[in-house]
Design a protein. Structure first.
Length: 321
């Protein structure tokens, strides 16, 4: 069934950046390139307007065959520029969408595939191993840096140009479902890493947006909290003075000095005042220097400690009483 020029122009106008007119004319490599670059970054899609008549004629088999001189196509600066640009574009996409993949693997592979895609547009093709080898070797020499995208793409493009040749004539073309299946897989492989990266970024943005109301509430309550804190410092808070006094005494009663005093008097911390007096009287009689002349030095030291411990515990309680 012949191809219609009117249909080709309609598809060019409605879905040209997605390569629908190339898909209609059986130019699958060109269609995939347009899908992944949105019509060759927009400018190349506009140029298709003047080439459509010749492409429709070629699809219908009515075009005059181009005279080929040998098996090597003529050098095309435009194709070389396209190879370098698309190679860099693919490398940048790999760096953004596959940050967990080592750069020495993702960068040259992506650049090489971009160069190969441009190399296989139209009636030309090139050697895949040579192009990928040039990309990997250059990336290895430059240690996979992002700034190496240009030299890596240029090296791969030079290798592709060096081994360019015409596609064999009379190659069987698969059916439309098979062609759409292959194009879908290629588009999925290209867009999935970017989609995952976009979802991760969207999740981070959503978390930030959800935390904004709480942050705004904290800011609104800040003057109130500052006023409450100032009132506490000035003594105008609603807390009970008796309760604060009791809590203060409880905290102070557990100081290191008083813990030592309880240990000297052989009492548990927090003992009653009567227990403090009783223990002091008993231990004072026991360690009085007059009763311990055979160990006067030790008795003198222990007796002084008992007096200090008693003053430490008894004096604050007398003041509180």
């Amino acid at each position: 069934m012949g191809k219609s020029l009117l249909v080709a122009y309609g598809l060019w106008a409605l879905g040209g950046p997605l390569g629908l007119h190339h898909l209609y004319l059986g130019r699958d490599s060109h269609a995939l390139l347009w899908m992944l670059t949105l019509g060759g970054f927009g400018a190349a899609w506009l140029c298709d307007f003047w080439h459509l008549p010749a492409w429709v004629a070629a699809a219908n088999g009515a075009a005059v065959p181009t005279k080929r001189t040998g098996t090597v196509p003529a050098f095309s600066p435009l194709r070389l520029a396209g190879q370098v640009a698309v190679g860099m574009y693919f490398g940048l996409v790999a760096a953004l969408g596959l940050p967990w993949v080592p750069a020495l693997l993702a960068q040259p592979l992506a650049v090489g595939l971009g160069v190969l895609l441009v190399s296989w547009v139209g009636d030309q093709m090139t050697e895949v191993p040579s192009t990928l080898a040039a990309a990997f070797l250059t990336s290895l020499l430059l240690q996979g840096r992002v700034l190496a995208l240009l030299p890596v793409s240029a090296a791969a493009s030079a290798a592709a140009q060096r081994h360019r040749r015409y596609k064999p004539c009379g190659m069987p073309r698969p059916g439309l479902p098979t062609r759409l299946y292959h194009l879908g897989l290629a588009c999925l492989a290209f867009t999935t890493p970017l989609a995952c990266r976009g979802l991760c970024g969207a999740a981070g943005v959503a978390g930030t947006l959800l935390s904004l109301p709480r942050a705004a509430l904290e800011i609104l309550l800040l003057p109130l909290r500052a006023s409450w804190r100032l009132a506490e410092l000035l003594g105008f808070s609603s807390a009970s003075p008796a309760r604060d006094s009791g809590a203060s005494f409880k905290r102070s009663s557990w100081s290191q000095r008083q813990k030592w005093a309880y240990e000297v008097l052989s009492l548990p911390p927090g003992s009653a005042t009567e227990d403090v007096h009783r223990s002091y009287r008993e231990l004072a009689k026991l360690w009085h220097p007059d009763h311990n002349r055979h160990r006067a030095e030790e008795a003198q030291r222990r007796f002084i400690e008992l007096q200090e411990a008693y003053r430490e515990l008894a004096a604050p309680r007398r003041a509180a009483g």
